[in-house]
Ligand binder design. Structure first.
Ligand code: AMP
Length: 282
C-alpha cells in the first residue's frame, strides 16, 4: 500500500532522505475524491520524476462562507488506491489543524490575474489557493508541480506566482480529461443527479460552438460570448455565472482576438457550479 503521511514533519523527513539520494520530486496538489483527470497528472509526474507526492487536502481558505466546504466529497481509501495504481510514491493527507495554526494570519495574495473569471464570483478563492500552494511548495520542495488546464485561471496564477516569488519549481500544465460525452471530469460532478448530468453537457457544447465560430473567423469576443450565452440559455437547469474571453497570460478581458486567449465559463447546473474552458490557439 502507498504510504499515507499526515504530518508535515514526517513528509519533510522522507523528502530529505529522497533528496539526499539525489532523487527528483514531483508534486500533484489535489483536494481528493480523485478521478481520471487527477490520474493523468499523477501519471505524467511519475514519468518525469523519481518520486511523486500527491497532496490530498480540502483547503478551507479557498472556500467562501456559502460554498461547499463541508459537503465536498471525500474518500481516502479510494484516493490511496488510485494514487497507488498511478504509481505515486506517497499520499500527503494532513488535517486542517496540521496545515493552519488556530491563530494563522499569513496569506499570499495575487493582484490582477485573480480579478476576473472565478476570482470575481469567488472572492478570496485565489488568495486561499496561492496560500496553500505556497505552503505545499515549502513543505514538499518539489522539482516540478503539476496542475490541470481544467482550472486554467489557477494554472496562470500559479505560474505567475512562481515567477514573481522566485520559486525554483517547474510548473507543468496538463490537458483537460473529459467523460466520453465531453463533460470535463470533476469531483463536483458527483453532486449531479441524472437529469442534471445530461444538462451539464451544455458547457462543453457551448465551448465547441464558440470554438467553431473562432475557426470560421469570428474575432469579436462580444459576438462569441453572445452565441455561447444563447446556447446555454436553452437549457432550463443551467444558470450562467460567467462566460468570458481573456488574454491567456494576463487573464484580462479582450475585445478583439488578436493574441492567445482563454475562453472560460462557469455555469450552475442546479446547485452545482461547473467550470470548463478552451485556449485559442490550443
Ligand atoms: P482539485 O482536486 O479539483 O483541486 O484538482 C486538483 C488538480 O487536478 C488541479 O490542478 C486540477 O486542475 C486538476 N484537474 C481536475 N480535474 C481535471 C480534469 N478533468 N482534467 C485535468 N486536470 C484536472
Amino acid at each position: 500500500m502507498i504510504p499515507i503521511v499526515n504530518t508535515i514533519s514526517e513528509v519533510r523527513q522522507l523528502i530529505k532522505e529522497w533528496k539526499a539520494q539525489g532523487l527528483s520530486v514531483g508534486l500533484v496538489p489535489t483536494m481528493g475524491f480523485l478521478h481520471e483527470g487527477h490520474k493523468s497528472l499523477i501519471e505524467r509526474a511519475v514519468k518525469e520524476n523519481d518520486r511523486v507526492v500527491v497532496s490530498d487536502f480540502v483547503n478551507p481558505t479557498q472556500f467562501g462562507p456559502k460554498e461547499d466546504l463541508a459537503a465536498y466529497p471525500r474518500d481516502l481509501n479510494w484516493d490511496s488506491q488510485l494514487c497507488e495504481q498511478a504509481g505515486a510514491s506517497l499520499l500527503f493527507y494532513p488535517s486542517a489543524e496540521e496545515m493552519y495554526a488556530s491563530d494563522y494570519t499569513t496569506y499570499v495574495n495575487m493582484e490582477v490575474l485573480g480579478e476576473e473569471l472565478c476570482g470575481k464570483s469567488r472572492p478570496g478563492h485565489f488568495r486561499g489557493v496561492c496560500t496553500i500552494v505556497t505552503k505545499l511548495f515549502h513543505i514538499i520542495t518539489p522539482n516540478r508541480a503539476y496542475f490541470g488546464k481544467k482550472d486554467a485561471q489557477q494554472l496562470a496564477i500559479i505560474q505567475r506566482m512562481v515567477r514573481d516569488l522566485n520559486f525554483d519549481i517547474e510548473i507543468i500544465g496538463c490537458p483537460i480529461i473529459r467523460e466520453e460525452d465531453g463533460l470535463a471530469k470533476s469531483s463536483r460532478n458527483t453532486y449531479l443527479n441524472s437529469e442534471e448530468r445530461k444538462a451539464a453537457l451544455i458547457l462543453s457544447q457551448a465551448l465547441s460552438l464558440g470554438k467553431q465560430c473562432l475557426v470560421q473567423g469570428e474575432r469579436n469576443t462580444e459576438s462569441l460570448i453572445t452565441t455561447m450565452t444563447d446556447w446555454i440559455k436553452k437549457e432550463p437547469l443551467a444558470k450562467i455565472d460567467y462566460i468570458n474571453i481573456v488574454d491567456s497570460s494576463s487573464m484580462q478581458p479582450v475585445k478583439i482576438i488578436d493574441r492567445p486567449v482563454l475562453c472560460a465559463i462557469a455555469v450552475y447546473i442546479g446547485k452545482t457550479r461547473l467550470i470548463d474552458n478552451f485556449y485559442w490557439p490550443e
